[in-house]
Design a protein around this ligand. Structure first.
Ligand SMILES: NC(=O)c1ccc[n+]([C@@H]2O[C@H](COP(=O)([O-])OP(=O)(O)OC[C@H]3O[C@@H](n4cnc5c(N)ncnc54)[C@H](O)[C@@H]3O)[C@@H](O)[C@H]2O)c1
Length: 332
């Protein structure tokens, strides 16, 4: 079976993908600088899968460390998760985001070229669509970034497309995630935000746990069924399975492609609050605040291309997402 390096493999989406790849028989090498991950994640992965994997503590921006990583562990492909991902922080410190996300990706791609590794799966984001004209959003929609984080994803997508076109990369998959939530059903791994969570589900879980008094709903006058913003929440295990399908494909077939990873169904903020109650029995208190600048009314994926290219569709529902997120939160 092939060996795959996961950069940022100790993070939220990387750790869940590691579980699925290990369970499907892939060997993995986990590379992370642990700037946004707990040090015991590799041990938890071993508890879930019964398999220990090599762990390299390295910064993707460090050329010598990356050269040494590929020399020590020859791999067939890389899944590149390592990045900074907070929109607010990216607006406050754009150069940090250019450095970690863009320069880090250049250094990784150069180390891959030098090591003769030409197959890549890349974590992109629906953020690249900005304010879409229509929903569901297909991959052909215009890219209109509205913040620095989105800009870095758009630049990295362009670099990967150029490397595919010029043959430096033999195969590449650019995956545009919608709103990943939930956790592994074991409750052993999940999303671990530092400080005040920037995303809805971790915030909602912290309110449910009594760590915060209430959830602020940003705006209830959007043109949606209940006035609150509608998003395409996708269970992180569905996302992890999509990565495994993308890895299968880039190993089997040359060429580059870009796909949305979402369920295709939008849920509003209040739908999520109600689903959380149905799944856990807990009423989450909320207050309605003003709209947040830059938020769109509705954003959900057309998942058709992922289904046809990868043979993958999300199967878990919104109550699974709430139940698994809560299990992780309450055990943590
Ligand atoms: N979570 C989301 O909502 C979401 C949505 C769309 C796209 N994405 C993208 O998916 C990827 C993974 O996101 P996540 O939610 O798992 O984030 P995360 O922060 O949990 O995981 C990222 C991992 O990368 C590591 N890392 C950061 N900088 C590094 C560096 N310079 N060198 C080595 N490791 C480094 C961190 O320690 C962390 O373990 C990111 O590229 C993110 O932009 C995430």
């Amino acid at each position: 079976m092939a060996r795959i390096m996961l950069t940022g493999g100790a993070g939220f989406i990387g750790s869940h993908t590691a579980v699925v790849l290990l369970e499907r028989g892939y060997d993995i090498v986990l590379l992370d600088d642990f700037s946004n991950a707990a040090r015991d994640v590799p041990d938890r992965l071993r508890q879930i899968t019964g398999i220990a994997m090599p762990v390299i503590e390295a910064d993707i921006r460090d050329p010598e460390a990356m050269r040494a990583a590929f020399a020590a562990f020859p791999v067939d492909a890389v899944v590149h998760f390592a990045a900074k991902k907070a929109v607010g922080e990216s607006e406050a410190d754009p150069l940090l985001y250019f450095d970690v996300n863009i320069l880090g990706t250049i250094r990784l791609l150069a180390a891959m070229r030098d090591a003769g590794v030409g197959r890549l799966v890349f974590s992109s984001s629906a953020t690249v669509y900005g304010e879409p004209d229509t929903c569901p959003i297909s991959e052909t929609a215009s890219l209109r970034v509205t913040n620095v984080y989105g800009r870095t994803k758009m630049v990295m997508e362009g670099m990967i497309e150029d490397l595919s076109r010029t043959g430096v990369l033999a195969a590449s998959a650019i995956l545009r995630y919608f709103n990943p939530v939930g956790a592994h059903p074991s409750g052993l791994i999940g999303e671990n935000p530092r400080g005040v969570p920037a995303n809805l589900m971790p915030y909602l879980c912290q309110v449910a746990a009594g760590q915060r008094p209430y959830l602020t709903v940003f705006g209830n006058d959007y043109p949606t069924h209940d006035g609150t913003g509608v998003r395409d929440f996708i269970h992180v295990m569905d996302l992890a399975e999509a990565h495994a399908a993308a890895v299968d494909r880039i190993l089997a077939q040359d060429g580059g492609f870009t796909v949305n990873l979402g369920t295709g169904t939008g849920y509003s903020v209040l739908d999520l609050v109600h689903a959380f109650k149905a799944a856990t029995g807990i009423d989450v208190p909320y207050q309605v605040g003003p709209r947040r600048p830059g938020d769109v009314a509705a954003c959900y994926a057309d998942p058709g291309l992922a289904a046809s290219l990868l043979g993958w569709r999300a199967s878990r529902g919104v109550q699974d997402m709430c139940r698994d997120a809560w299990r992780w939160q309450s055990r943590h």
